[in-house]
Design a protein around this ligand. Structure first.
Ligand SMILES: [Zn+2]
Ligand SMILES: [Zn+2]
Length: 266
């Protein structure tokens, strides 16, 4: 079992020190993890600016990877908050300038509003919200390619009133998946959906996961998106079940920005 989406106190919205997250993963009997703290340049929320002490973070990652090497493989990861425009240049410089094993690309905001804030949704119909969110993602990955997997692809579903029907979101998702696959990129199963009561919906939805496979994609990581020790490794089995249901039998893990596929137990 591999948990490839974990936050530590280096993230603005988490408080658990890195070593406690790693110890929790060892206690849970995991086979490998990626630490993926937030880096969202130009993030518009002043209370949680999502700035990252990138130098301190990378130094701590390197030390932790070495310290735990004989107990748990730790991938040095980062979760980028993409946004079309200047933020992409900042992301590019950071990913190039430091030695990461694994990079998640997510959308958390546009230039003015975070997707979880009312202001992102106010005055927009569901169709407009869906269009806005997926356009931010598609526009970002059309120019920005230095990432490994797309994080919580349909996370907007967590914040809309009612879920968008498949015929509303799938045209956007289809285009995003085609581009990601053509670029050799993966997607993730983010099992926080099970914690947030979105289990029936899923991140991604079963339809998205199936579509990714139909289009030829085979790189899928699973991550809890834990922000505290007790959620480390949570619902990974449910994540594996989602993968099987979509007709996939292997999960992806990354080191040195290169994927390896690991067969699920029979
Ligand atoms: Zn995220
Ligand atoms: Zn996250």
């Amino acid at each position: 079992m591999y948990d490839y989406h974990l936050h530590t106190s280096f993230s603005d919205d988490a408080e658990t020190p890195m070593n406690e997250i790693i110890e929790a993963a060892i206690a849970a009997g995991l086979d490998g993890i990626a630490l993926t703290d937030h880096f969202d340049p130009l993030y518009p929320d002043e209370d949680f600016p999502c700035l990252l002490d990138i130098r301190g973070y990378e130094t701590a990652l390197t030390a932790a990877k070495e310290r735990y090497a004989d107990r748990l493989p730790v991938a040095k990861g980062i979760e980028l908050g993409l946004m079309p425009g200047e933020a992409l240049n900042i992301c590019r410089d950071v990913v190039r300038g430091y030695d990461f094993d694994f990079v998640i690309a997510s959308i958390h905001s546009d230039k003015k509003h975070c997707i979880h804030q009312d202001s992102f949704h106010k005055g927009r119909t569901l169709a407009q919200i869906i269009e806005r969110y997926y356009s931010l993602l598609l526009d970002s990955i059309t120019t920005y390619k230095d990432y490994d997997v797309l994080g919580h692809l349909n996370v907007i579903d967590r914040y809309t009133k009612g879920f968008a029907p498949e015929d509303l979101y799938m045209p956007y998702v289809d285009e995003i998946l085609r581009l990601a696959i053509a670029d050799g990129k993966g997607i993730e199963i983010n099992t926080s959906a099970f914690r947030y009561g979105l289990a029936k919906r899923g991140t991604p939805t079963p339809a998205i996961l199936r579509r990714y496979r139909e289009l030829g994609g085979e790189l899928v990581t699973i991550g809890s998106d834990a922000h505290r020790a007790r959620d480390v490794g949570a619902f990974l089995e449910e994540g594996e079940a989602m993968l099987r249901a979509a007709g996939l039998r292997r999960i992806a893990v990354y080191m040195n920005r290169k994927p390896a596929l690991i067969k699920l137990p029979e």
